[in-house]
Design a binder for this molecule. Sequence first.
Ligand code: GAL
Length: 739
Amino acid sequence: MRKLFVLTLLAAIFFKATAQDVPLNKGWKLAVGDSVQWSSPTYNDQHWATVNVTQSWEQEGHPDYNGFGWYRIHVVIPSSLKEKAFLKDSLRINLGSVDDNDEVYLNGKLIGRFGGKTGDIVKGAFYGPRTYTIAANNPSILWDKENVLAVRIYDTGGDGGIYGTNFSIGMADVMDHVSVNTEADFNYGERNSLSKSIKLLTTNHYDYKGKLAFKVTDPETNAVLYEKTNDAAFTGGKPFTYTFEIARLEKKSYAITYTFTDEKSGKVLTQTETTPYLLTPYPSAKPKINGADVFGARPGNPFLYLIPATGKKPLVYKAQGLPDGLKLDAATGIITGTVAQKGTYPVTFTVSNKLGSKTKEFTIVIGDKIGLTPALGWNSWNAWGLSVDDKKVRISAKAMADRLSAHGWAYINIDDGWEAEQRLPDGKIATNSKFPDMKGLTDYVHGLGLRMGIYSSPGPRTCGGFLGSWQHEEQDAQTYGDWGIDYLKYDWCAYSEVTSPNPDLPALKKPYQVMRGALDKINRDIMYSLCQYGWGNVWEWGAEVGGNSWRTTGDIQDTWRSLSSIGFNQDKAAPFSQPGHFNDPDMLVVGKVGWGPSLHNTHLTYDEQYTHISLWSLLSSPLLIGCDMGHLDSFTLSLLTNDEVLAIDQDALGKGASRYIKNDNYQIWVKELKDGGKAIGLFNISDKYQTISLDKNDPALKGFTKFRDVWQQKYIITTGKTFSAKVAPHGVMLVKVSE
Ligand code: GAL
């Protein structure tokens, strides 16, 4: 499926196989389709294809298959499992991850079900790890005999099936429902110290008593910086809290390991995390103007631009050379109005406060193109999924206005989950009860100097099962116009039902052309973001159908595997990046994410998050924050407010970086910039520290004498023939070179 609903509850109690577990990684068979007989232990599945469950059924040769499919495996469940186990009452079956809904049968008996009624397009269906626990005395279990486990899947779209690594049968363990909750923010103290509280939690009534070992290591040297073991006791409803402080840290990530050992059972649980470190310099109190150097709008349409500026408030804004029809609010920096005449208008912005003033040359281009630089904004999906509501959007808008818009962040985009299930009698689209007043909400967002985005799908339904725009495109575009919408993300879901089963290029383009035509009739500049996962090499024709951006991939997840496989595979699309038309490798997964009502800290390490923002900026991607904006911790804020990094993303040349060097340990990506310089990302893709070097005579560097560390915003003194950087595992050194 394309929607990613991570079930945080299950993720938190992600069961690992133990030594004596029976592995279920191999021996599965698959048939797509559906039949009641397929659950039966006597059904002969010998003719079924053997399947590799590390990958989806699409990857196993069922291209773009959505619908039902069955997996079967024959497995002996030895009674020795029970005999050797500390707890003997329940059997646990780990089924990797399921995409989307499933029913599980053991020897013909239904033993578990997930995702609602299988076969429905379930709103809020979950792609995620699946574990079923049944009583050890359940008569369906044939101890020491062959058992048939049959899993019926329903996939709503995109990848489908069961896939992953965690496949096994074992006995439920005392540690199954224990977790180390590391969700609290780190506190930053004086002299580079960090402190934090973590909790040992369980939903069990078993009394856990033992030792918690806490260890901090430097991944560069493997030196142990700090080690301490404490007594720890907890049970259901009574967590154990451990608070620590680590002093005098350098600007890098350290590894923390928490190991709890339960005395009675001897069972051990280990969890790790890394420590944050801030690279972005603290903003000065003096005025500074940030953001892109250029902004495009169409003649005759409402214009809205907030001059992004930092510095101690109050700030006073001025703009010289504004085209006729525009006016600036000197106290807020918001420019509004309408320009009738096409043209390129050079403007000088000035921002002042008690400490001084700063000017910046800026260009307003009134013409046919909008979105001359990639969109910078927030989208509700990676945080809230379908649970987005009016209040969450207002909180996000307020947070953006208070903390981010000074750096150029401007869009507040509502993803799926705002639509009703039925159209109004006149066919108009309506909101559901979570959005009682869309026009009022949009007015609020505009009042903050921000722009408002919305989501739809060309099919009869969206991916989340709400109303899509099929056969109502013009009416919907009109409604968006009436509400004051500035951005439309247009998906694909359910369009498969109304087009040919294997759409050719014209068929892939069609729904986007239809909506483009509808948007062109509206008197608003609506950024048009295509979301069809890169099908038909959309980067080759996204601009032709009028897209300002197009998704080049399936949905991102907050893991290194997802981030790196998406981010480092964008070189094919890079040549198509240009002002007004950008590749979109999907939204950001930094901060607190969750795809639903309950959020968790991104599973990316801090170095991976630096890589994420650096790589996406090099690629000239839209940067759409996907986290809870109401709780931006210091690290996330510093990650999103580095003006020199954002300037690389917003560079007016609009080029996408291309891969320059690739080997097993690192990759170097280079982006040409408007001022003649280059932005270069040295990415360590390995698990160990790497020194990444480039000869100064290499064509990528030749002629450049200045090397700027973009994250730290300072020049690097380099002597010798090579430029070298020591880069953390999965981390980056982002440099800007100039003459
Ligand atoms: C997916 C899309 C996601 C999100 C979701 C909403 O197809 O890739 O980004 O928009 O639909 O249901």
